[in-house]
Write a protein that binds this ligand. Structure first.
Ligand code: SF4
Length: 311
């Protein structure tokens, strides 16, 4: 880092100071997703996956929640804590997968397959959540599907998570054709190349990856599952088949172990939109508050609460 006045260290020092002052002034808690930039993870009060962070949002006594993640995650925090101010430091930080399913598209999909319950991955807008039967995360999708009293289930919006869940259940899953562009940029050949370079490394893959990548994995799990697996497993090296931001936390939690991203393409540009500058400004100017109609909050909360009761 630069020691020169006005250099990187000065910039970071200045921003961290500002964040501390305005965080205290607003009685705010900073939540960061596992895919955020390392500098954001380091300044956050809690780092986790979307469900862990929503639970933190629901529990906190803070008046303001600054959600360093993407739009649907901040919406979920607002659904679970409607009386609190929830801020997203950059409104452009959306999730392309969530954007692949509008309410109109969901209604058309349901009309094609009437009478089946709809399971929605949390990577959906609040308006979509308000029109589904139950939500799920990548960690609990199979449990949620198994708990439903139906043999055929509509699954939105991720076709890859649906495909993975289908391999684990005898129920028929009818997938919506959405996907995560970041996870689909991780190819089987990237994994094979990395295995050649690190033959002792175990491969961990997120279920948003393609079937080809999943078939090469030693373990398929959510980001919270990866953190647990890396901590508990005696292996010293891991190839990480998900967004590369998680490697910051994996390395911090397991300094003696090595973690490799299979490709430089495993970066979600939307997650990386949140920077220290935007976080500081968000706290200073109270931007951007997430607002949702109360009927959407009530209906969406029902789908999330149903999931929480099951798992
Ligand atoms: S990594 Fe994929 S699913 Fe997650 S926010 Fe980015 S685009 Fe959406």
């Amino acid at each position: 880092m630069s020691e020169v006045p006005g250099g990187i260290r000065d910039r970071t020092f200045h921003l961290l100071g500002k964040i501390e002052v305005f965080q205290a002034r607003r009685n705010a808690v900073i939540l960061a997703h596992n895919y955020q930039l390392g500098e954001i993870q380091d300044v956050a009060d809690f780092v986790g996956d979307s469900l862990e962070l929503s639970r933190k949002a629901a529990e906190t006594t803070a008046d303001t929640i600054v959600f360093c993640g993407v739009h649907f995650m901040a919406e979920t925090a607002k659904i679970l804590s409607p009386e609190k101010t929830v801020l997203l430091p950059d409104l452009q930080a959306g999730c392309p997968m969530a954007d692949m399913l509008t309410v109109e598209q969901l209604r058309e999909f349901k009309a094609q397959y009437p009478g089946r319950p709809v399971v929605a991955y949390v990577n959906t807008s609040a308006a979509v959540k308000a029109e589904v039967d139950i939500c799920c995360t990548s960690a609990n999708a199979i449990k949620v599907i198994e708990a439903l009293d139906a043999d055929e289930i509509l699954f939105v919006p991720d076709k890859c998570l649906a495909d993975y869940a289908q391999s684990k259940t005898s129920k028929k899953i009818i997938p919506y054709p959405g996907y995560c562009p970041t996870h689909l940029r991780i190819l089987p050949e990237h994994i094979l190349k990395e295995k050649d370079l690190h033959p002792k490394a175990l491969v961990l893959a997120h279920p948003e990856c393609s079937r080809g990548v999943i078939q090469l994995a030693d373990e398929v799990c959510s980001t919270s599952g990866m953190l647990r697996f890396a901590r508990e497993n005696s292996a010293q090296e891991f190839i990480i088949g998900t967004e590369e931001g998680i490697i910051h936390r994996l390395s911090k939690d397991n300094p003696e172990k090595k973690f490799y991203s299979p490709t430089v393409l495993a970066i979600c540009p939307n997650m990386k939109l949140i920077t220290l500058e935007k976080l500081a400004w968000s706290l200073e100017d109270n931007q951007y508050p997430i607002e949702l109609p109360s009927d959407i909050i009530d209906k969406a909360r029902h789908a999330i609460q149903r999931m929480i009761e099951i798992v």
